[in-house]
Each structure stands twice: as C-alpha cells, then as structure tokens.
Design a protein around this ligand. Structure first.
Ligand code: CAA
Length: 386
C-alpha cells in the first residue's frame, strides 16, 4: 500500500515593518472602515531595505530545518511572483544561506499566487516516486501596487516554508484535486515593473469563476462532498475575498448562508492575513496556519483549500489533519514575530515604497535594519549579496 503523503511541518516568516491601515485611510482622507470592514484588512507587513523574498523565505525554512529530520531532502522548490532575478532561482540563495548540501535540485515556480500550491503538488509527485526523499517548499512574496491605487491597501509580505514527505506528522494531502485554467487579463506584472497591474473588480469575478471550475473538477476527480469538508481555506488577497468566494461556493452547492454567518465561519482562517496583507503565493498557507494555530482541535478533520493565481490558474484540494498535530505547530513564534514588527508612519512607508519601475542598480549598499536571521546586504557589481 502507498504511504500517506503530505506536510510534515509548516511555518511562516514576515517582514520587519508594519503599516496600520487606519493611518493609510487617514492619509487618503477616507473612512477607515472601508479597509477594516469593507476589504477586511487591518495592517500590512513591509520589508526593510535589507529584506526580500530570499531573507523571508530563508527565515521560515530555517525553522523547518531546525525542528525536523531532513535526511533525504533532495529538492527545494521556491514559489514566487515577486522574484529577484529573471534567470537564477531565489532558492539557490536560500540553499546557500541554510547551508544545504550540494546534492539538491533547486528551482523556482511562477504562476501568480497559485505557484505555492502548484509547488506542493509537484513536491508530492517527487515523494510519490521516491518515498524516501523529502522536498522543501518555500512560497515567498512581497505584494506591491502603485501608491494611491485601489490595490494599495492590499499590499503585504510574507513567506511560508513546509516540508513534504511520506508518513507526515501534520497533514495528509488527499489525492483528489481539481484544477482550472483560463487565459484572463485580471492581474499581471510586466517585466519592467515592480508593482502589479490589476483590473480589480474583474479579478474578483475571475477568482470566483475559477473557484466554481476547480470545485467541479475536484468533485469529478473523487473529491469530498461539500458537507464532508469541515473547514475552508481560501487564497486571501484581502480577507473579504475569502468571504465572497465562500458565499459563492455555498450558493453553487445549494447551501447559501447570509454574509454575516460566512464571515463567522471563515473567521478562524483570516487572523494572519488580516494583519500581514497579501502575501501572494504564501497567502493561502497563512490561512491554513491561522486555522491550525487556533484553539479548535482539528484532529481528523478535512480542510478544503482553494488556491487562485491570476491570469489564471487555480486548484481546489483537501488535507486531513493528523493525530498529534499540535505538537508540530509554531504558534508562539508566529505571534512573536507579528508582535515584533516595527510600526511605520505613512511618510516612512512612502519612502520605503520602490515606485513603479524596476531599478537598474548595479551597486547598492543596504542599511542594517532587519532583526531576522538573514539579510540582503546589497548589490555589488550587479550580484546580489546576502
Ligand atoms: N465601510 C464599510 N465598507 C465599505 C466602506 C465603509 N466606509 N467603504 C467601502 N466599503 C466596502 C465596499 O462596499 C466594498 O464592499 P463589496 O466588495 O462588498 O462591494 C468594499 O468595501 C471595497 O470597496 P470598493 O469596491 O469601493 O474598493 P475599491 O474599488 O477601491 O478596491 C479592490 C477594491 C478592487 C479589491 C482593490 O483593493 C484591488 O484592486 N485590489 C487588488 C486586486 C485583488 O486583490 N483582487 C482580488 C482577486 S485577484 C487575486 O486573488 C490574485 C491576487 O492575489 C491579486
């Protein structure tokens, strides 16, 4: 019989700074409730000058390496849509920072916010073929929109890292999964830009159409019925998006609920995303982590997970929470790093914002700011140094 495949351990890291959205609302002269209630966001994480997707990803992954037996780790997949180089995978920097042996394959995956969930599926394929091997997946992003644009309050930054293996301790990933791809121009980032372009309202409807498509494919491939799923975790570009999506799915399966009740149903999954902001590839895993870190005992429960990456590729799949999972959580570290973020005011936030265009810097010396375990020193002769 095939062993269970899944996630042995998972954790997140975020950036050094925090901007409270009430300050942004005040600056923009709008009602703060538009952010706190309308889109469901309280704050966003912002990287310091000496942080990026590599430093956040390495910080999360270091915790996984410290707490697990990584004998058999031969693959590292780094998922991101805010990559730092068009050629070299960010995971190669991470492998060096973590001191991983040279006997490892490293690659980067990209398809907007979907590529973290996509990397999980690829990792499961590796482990299915070689059950003695393990795969480290890192999903790390800095979500940036232009200043004074509608997307501005939905920026954020975080990385998740998780270890995929046979006979996992935390979560079994069930074999059934549903996928859906549609070529839609809802959100994208051309090569010359640091910030994303987005058709906001269209992106919301594209997300919900994709949800229905992926759900139907999940069901057609042997996925559990709606009532057999105990909790739902959605990609959260802003937390109210999850509410809109779950309302749509409930209507789709003939189990509609009023908005207030859906807000309550999803409340255990939004705590981290509400204060971190959009973390693109990491976001759906932050939803999962908020649920796992919460007070409810989820032993034996099935969790439905929906990942959406604009453009658009999406997947609906499910996991089972394994007995004894609580011993593997990093609840205290998660709370501590969120609390440790240094608040900034709007003036400082705007100084830290890189603007729209990609900088062509060949030399750059970053100030020492982050208190995290790794830092981005700067660029020397075009080469990034950590
Ligand atoms: N009190 C309470 N609620 C208020 C309010 C107030 N004072 N003022 C406004 N609201 C409500 C509005 O009624 C609205 O609610 P509904 O969605 O239920 O109608 C909500 O707050 C947002 O208000 P607007 O629709 O006026 O907001 P906006 O047009 O300025 O911007 C947005 C919203 C389009 C989502 C924008 O934030 C955006 O472009 N975000 C980036 C794109 C995005 O996240 N898309 C999500 C799907 S794509 C995806 O998932 C991939 C990804 O990661 C990007």
């Amino acid at each position: 019989t095939t062993p269970a495949l899944g996630i042995q351990d998972i954790t997140f890291a975020t950036a050094h700074h925090r901007l409270d959205l009430d300050l942004l609302a005040q600056h923009l002269g709008i009602d703060p409730a538009k952010f706190s209630v309308g889109i469901g966001q309280e704050a966003m994480s912002l990287p310091a000058e000496d942080e990026d997707v590599v430093t956040m990803g390495a910080a999360a992954a270091a915790r996984i390496l410290a707490d697990n037996d990584v004998e058999g780790l031969r693959t590292l997949i780094f998922a991101t849509e805010s990559g730092i180089d068009q050629s070299k995978a960010a995971g190669v920097h991470v492998a060096a920072l973590l001191g991983l042996p040279a006997q490892i394959r490293v690659l980067e995956t990209k398809q907007a916010c979907y590529s973290g969930a996509g990397a999980l599926q690829l990792a499961l394929g590796v482990v299915a073929r070689h059950p003695e091997e393990k795969v480290l997946v890192i999903a790390s992003d800095v979500a940036r929109y232009d200043l004074d644009s509608p997307g501005e309050p939905t920026q954020g930054a975080a990385a998740v890292a998780f270890l995929v293996q046979a006979d996992p301790a935390l979560l079994e990933v069930e074999p059934a999964s549903g996928v859906h791809t549609a070529d839609v121009p809802d959100f994208w980032r051309p090569n010359h830009r640091v910030t994303a372009l987005v058709e906001g309202k269209f992106s919301i409807s594209a997300y919900m159409d994709a949800l229905e498509g992926a759900w139907e494919d999940y069901r057609a491939h042997g996925g559990a019925a709606f009532e057999e799923i105990d909790a739902f975790c959605y990609h959260q570009p802003f937390t109210m998006m999850a509410v809109k999506a779950h309302q749509r799915l409930r209507r789709h399966v003939g189990e509609p609920l009023p908005k207030a009740e859906v807000v309550e149903e999803l409340a255990p999954t939004v705590g981290y995303n509400r204060v971190v902001g959009n973390s693109y590839t990491a976001s759906v895993f932050l939803a999962l982590l908020a649920l796992l870190d919460g007070d409810a005992d989820l032993t034996g429960r099935r969790i439905g997970i929906f990942s959406y990456g604009s453009g658009a590729v999406s997947e609906f799949f499910s996991v089972r929470v394994l007995p004894g999972y609580r011993a593997h959580l990093h609840r205290a570290e998660h709370a501590a790093q969120l609390a440790a973020r240094e608040p900034v005011d709007v003036t400082r936030y705007r100084e830290l914002h890189p603007g729209t265009a990609v900088s062509a810097a060949e030399q750059q010396a970053n100030p020492r700011v982050t208190a995290g375990p790794y830092r981005f020193v700067g660029i020397e002769g075009g080469v990034r140094r950590y």
